[in-house]
Design a protein around this ligand. Structure first.
Ligand code: SAH
Length: 409
């Protein structure tokens, strides 16, 4: 951090922030590297949470008055505070954001030759509650916390300074905002709100809906799995892409020579997939239906596919949904396997943090047993490296993917 002159400038002007005092022994998780402080860990007698406005900054201290870091506070949230910096002399503010953005950009510039990636991945880039995806000179940001919402102007200024984009969009419409009492909205903070975003991936050009699309528009987290798995799918004559969205997997498989069918419940997603196929000189078949229903119908019609890709939305959003969610993963894998010929390939993914990698593998294995199939795992993957994992925060490691060969017993 010492080579960033602006960042150093803050040192002399370290501000005294109000203290957020933790209870006895409750500093351990933060001291071990985690960034979150839960409301029941705060000594609210000494420092009432209600004294903080949502998003206000604080200096976090242990019961023995040890300085633990700077954090932003939200008295209305179960996660009452998130650490934004641990260096005493460097109070949080616009120049810390600029510094963090520079460090984040340096990683992506090391990893990618083209400007299409997740630029900021929240806690994992030491900017808790902020996600920024880059589509060339268009940046799409998502703020999940009151603390980051307060910093919005500084985020825009920082992005302008570090990335010099043409457009900055806030796609602040995710469900998690409710947990922080934040309103939902989509707006352009710089330039005009585009209807679509454009991506280059695997030598292909894609556009995806923005305001009407999923998340920030594109699933960069799957890019590494597509790069790893798709070459191994070459030779599959018929490919089925279930939960296809805008065709990230499908169009690449079609380019590699497969006859591709996409299933998605969203008409907009399938229109985007068709547009993307056409833009890359291939065509695909689409089925607009609930995936479970569509897979059953394809089976009833006797259709077979040499490779089936299942990349569903998170079936387990909260821990209490785990039993139902696990059953859904098992069911969808079983329905997919039924469509494979005697020797086929299955790509099975889960973006549910609450489903461990071994549990997904177990769902695949059980589906295989149920259908008397023999399963071999050929490759496995996680989220792309522009979605780094914070080693102290297990929630930041969420995506798993397996490429399996499935044969008859
Ligand atoms: N495979 C995509 C990402 C999938 S996102 C990619 O690599 O880019 C999940 C998709 O599942 C969304 O497009 C959503 O519209 C679709 N979806 C959600 N629930 C569904 C259901 N029950 N049946 C079919 N599609 C569904």
């Amino acid at each position: 951090m010492s080579h960033d002159p602006e960042f150093q400038a803050d040192e002399s002007s370290a501000v005294e922030l109000p203290v957020l005092r933790l209870k006895h022994h409750e500093e351990r998780r933060v001291a071990a590297g985690h960034l979150w402080i839960f409301s029941n860990e705060v000594d609210t007698k000494a420092t009432p949470l209600t004294a903080f406005a949502p998003g206000a900054l604080a200096a976090v201290r242990s019961d023995r008055d040890k300085f633990l870091g700077y954090a932003y506070v939200n008295p209305h949230s179960l996660i009452a505070a998130r650490i934004v910096g641990r260096a005493r002399g460097f109070a949080p503010g616009p120049s810390l954001i600029v510094h963090r953005l520079r460090v984040a950009l340096a990683l992506r510039e090391r990893l990618y030759t083209e400007p299409y990636y997740r630029l900021v991945h929240g806690e994992s880039d030491a900017l808790p509650g902020l996600v920024v995806d880059r589509y060339g000179d268009v940046l799409v940001a998502q703020i999940a916390t009151a603390g980051m919402e307060v910093q919005k102007e500084a985020i825009v200024a920082g992005l302008e300074k570090v990335v010099k984009p043409r457009v900055i969009v806030f796609k602040n419409d995710s469900g998690s905002r409710e947990l922080e009492n934040l309103p939902k909205y989509v707006e352009a903070a710089l330039g005009e709100l585009p209807e679509t975003v454009s991506v280059r991936e695997q030598g292909l050009s894609f556009t995806a809906p923005l305001a009407a699309g999923q998340k920030t528009g594109w699933f960069y987290d799957q890019a590494a799995n597509r790069r790893q798995f798709l070459p191994l799918l070459k030779g599959a004559a018929r490919v089925l892409d279930v939960f296809s969205y805008a065709g990230g997997w499908a169009v690449a498989a079609a380019r590699d020579g497969a006859e591709v069918t996409c299933i998605d419940s969203s008409a907009g997603a399938l229109e985007a997939a068709e547009r993307n196929a056409a833009a890359n000189g291939v065509s695909i078949r689409t089925i607009k239906d609930d995936a479970f229903t569509a897979l059953e119908a394809l089976h009833a019609a006797g259709e077979k596919f040499d490779a089936v890709i299942i990349d569903p939305p998170a079936f387990i959003k909260r821990r209490k949904d785990a039993p139902k969610g696990e059953a859904a993963y098992k069911r969808i894998n079983q329905l997919a396997m039924q469509l494979l010929p005697r020797d086929g390939l299955l790509v099975s993914c889960s973006c549910s943090y609450h489903l461990e990698s071994d549990a997904l593998l177990d769902a695949i294995q059980r589906s295989g047993r149920h259908l008397s199939r023999f399963v071999q795992v050929l490759a496995s993957g996680g989220q792309s490296p522009d979605h780094p994992v914070h080693p102290a925060i297990p929630e930041t490691r969420y995506l798993k993917a397996f490429l399996c060969r499935v044969t008859h017993d």
